[in-house]
Design a protein around this ligand. Structure first.
Ligand code: ZN
Ligand code: ZN
Length: 414
């Protein structure tokens, strides 16, 4: 168990890692911090301090109070959920224009909106997705540095460790987060350099093989996923339009690319619950015909999942195919995080919705039409869901029909 004193020292190291390795703040850059729960003020202030020390021109924090968020869903008028404030759009636009960086703290209470009408949630997801369309494009083309990180909170930690009292649960979740982001290594920055090189070795191999499609087999899964001719496997560090490297997710264990939006056939079953829009979706199966989701079945959260798939036309297709060994450090921790940032890095996964422009050769400079022509899906949403297990085999098939094992029993086959 860590004492408060230890925690403060750890938080300072963590803030440093987020600023130096995560968004890699450069002198003169404005910084936007999203998802800053009030409870996380000590961490948020440290991130701001480290950012100023790195030369940030300004740090703007969007504070979030979950009690107020819940209150809004309970009490506000229906129309509120169909609009996304324009000033929220403009704020982000300015960050992109000024080559700023964005830190997003993802620590939602998985049950925050339990019992709220599904329509309110999906309306707001849709409104926000539309209002943030341009911003999402900028992010998905790596125009600016961005990083999604996490932090332990009472509401989340007590869901992850239900048998523990609040204080112990929060401490245990911090410990799991610090472990996952390699903060306990002697030199975390160096540990990230090595991790980055290891993941890049996997993406290099996949890029060299240049598979035309992947075949997935597991209980409840029989799926064929075509890859675009110009697809690129990407992992770990990215480079923004200014040429500055950054780490878009911390932790990150995935190697991922974009599927050909019309080339997905068969069915796939989830292997972990999906925390989405303040609700849990669990035990679900999606069936595809020529890329389109034609059937949605879920043991829990069917209505929310159906509404997610119905967000727009693009949300009926996949935008990401990601490979993560079942033996990743996060899955070895045996903690079910109920937070996609962690669970997706413990499991093979796909994403419903838009694809990343940087996942095709030359994609960062392509227009939306050109990306579409390459097979890259466009949507107002992008939601990862987990399908990996110790029983999953994946083969890669080259254009001339060679079949190469990529995954065996949940882990890399090479
Ligand atoms: Zn992913
Ligand atoms: Zn994703």
């Amino acid at each position: 168990m860590s004492t408060t004193l230890d925690l403060n020292a750890q938080l300072e190291k963590y803030a440093e890692l987020i600023v130096r390795v995560g968004v890699n703040v450069q002198p003169g850059q404005p910084v936007l911090i999203n998802g800053a729960l009030l409870e996380l003020a000590p961490l948020v202030r440290l991130i701001a301090e480290k950012a100023y020390e790195a030369g940030a021109s300004d740090v703007h924090v969007d504070w979030v109070d979950e009690a107020l968020s819940r209150l809004k869903y309970e009490k506000a008028a229906d129309e509120t959920f169909t609009r996304f404030p324009e000033w929220e759009t403009i704020k982000r636009h300015e960050v992109v224009q000024n080559n700023g960086v964005v830190v997003s703290i993802s620590a939602p209470n998985p049950d925050l909106l339990k019992g709220i009408k599904a329509e309110r949630i999906s309306n707001y997801q849709k409104a926000a997705g539309t209002g943030l369309r341009e911003f999402r494009r900028a992010i998905q083309a790596d125009r600016i540095s961005w990083s999604v990180v996490s932090a332990s909170t009472k509401n989340w930690a007590t869901k992850v460790f239900p048998g523990e009292d609040e204080e112990t649960a929060v401490a245990k979740l911090w410990e799991a987060i610090f472990q996952a982001v390699r903060l306990n290594e002697e030199d975390p920055v160096k540990a990230w350099d090595e991790h980055n090189a290891n993941l890049h070795a996997k993406s290099d191999w996949l890029n060299e093989k240049h598979f035309a499609k992947l075949l997935y087999r597991a209980p409840g899964t029989e799926l064929s996923v075509e890859l675009p001719e110009k697809h690129l496997w990407v992992a770990a560090s990215s480079v923004n339009a200014q040429g500055t490297p950054f780490m878009a997710n911390m932790p990150t264990e995935e190697v991922f690319t974009v599927p050909n939006k019309n080339g997905v056939n068969g069915y796939v079953s989830s292997t972990k619950p999906l925390s989405y829009g303040g609700n849990i979706i669990d035990g679900f199966k999606l069936t595809f015909e020529q890329g389109r989701i034609v059937k949605v079945e879920a043991e829990q959260g069917q209505e929310i999942l159906q509404k997610l798939v119905d967000s727009d036309e693009g949300s009926h297709y996949l935008g990401e195919v990601a490979l993560v060994p079942h033996q990743s450090p996060i899955s070895r921790s045996n903690v079910l995080f109920l937070n996609t940032l962690f669970d997706e890095n413990a499991s093979n996964h796909f994403a419903i919705g838009s694809g990343y422009a940087f996942n095709v050769k030359g994609g960062k400079e392509m227009s939306p039409e050109e990306l579409e022509a390459c097979g890259v899906n466009a949507s107002i949403t992008h939601v990862d869901f987990m399908v990996g297990s110790a029983e999953m085999d994946i083969d890669g098939v080259t254009a001339d029909g060679n079949v190469v094992p990529v995954f065996r029993e949940g882990n890399w086959a090479f």
